[in-house]
Design a protein around this ligand. Structure first.
Ligand code: 5GP
Length: 196
């Protein structure tokens, strides 16, 4: 998605060879028009799959899951990073190690929001080590719902996340794929098969 690549080039701060900060438009301050465009693009790619639910994880996935869910006209649900007392015992849960925060937390999701009839599209902001998305995929599997695919806004393709998901036969669509980066330079993988 060219417009996204341009924003990353213009506003992204490359903090190291592995960490990209996009706080000005994606995961602190949010450009809602870009978020809607991202939702439309995921919607276009998964339009024919009869998705019944979009799934993400709080907090940075929420705006993109919502934009995608609006486009596909289905509900979205987000896993919580801390189990609230209001959630009760009927939850799916999975451990997730955070790449950026360096800690492991238990994500949770009420069982009633993911059921065997569902066809699920997972959406998140970043695909890095894949820990968050693997945790979400495990929950979908446990629920008996069908995981149709994963949509990521930014993929750091030099990290292992995509490989881990594809090993499980999961279809992965990322809108900006970073081949390599270091302070001052960034290189994207161009995907010829999509027309933006
Ligand atoms: P993963 O589980 O794939 O390692 O990373 C999942 C989460 O870590 C993402 O949803 C995102 O919130 C955060 N993350 C991973 N890498 C980066 C990065 O380079 N920059 C930012 N801003 N967040 C990242």
């Amino acid at each position: 998605m060219k417009v996204l690549q341009e924003r990353i080039r213009q506003e992204g701060e490359i903090l190291s060879d592995t960490v990209l900060k996009v706080d000005s438009f994606l995961n602190h301050q949010v450009d809602p028009m870009l978020a809607l465009e991202i939702g439309r693009e995921f919607g276009r790619r998964f339009r024919d799959e009869q998705i019944t639910k979009v799934l993400t994880i709080e907090a940075s996935g929420i705006q993109f899951a919502m934009a995608t869910a609006i486009d596909l006209q289905v509900p979205f649900v987000y896993a919580k990073k801390k189990k609230a007392i209001t959630q009760g015992e009927q939850v799916f849960s999975a451990p997730v190690h955070s790449f950026t925060k360096g800690e492991t937390y238990q994500i949770s999701l009420a069982r009633k929001y993911l059921t065997p009839g569902d066809k699920v599209l997972i959406v998140d902001d970043f695909l890095a080590t894949g820990a968050a998305l693997v945790g979400l995929a495990d929950m979908v599997e446990e629920s008996g719902a069908e995981l149709v695919g994963v949509g990521c806004v930014i993929e750091k393709s030099f990290q292992e996340g995509r490989g881990l998901l594809e090993e499980r036969g999961i279809r992965v669509h990322s809108l900006a794929r970073i081949a390599s980066m270091s302070p001052g330079q960034i290189e994207f993988i161009e995907e010829e098969m999509y027309i933006y």
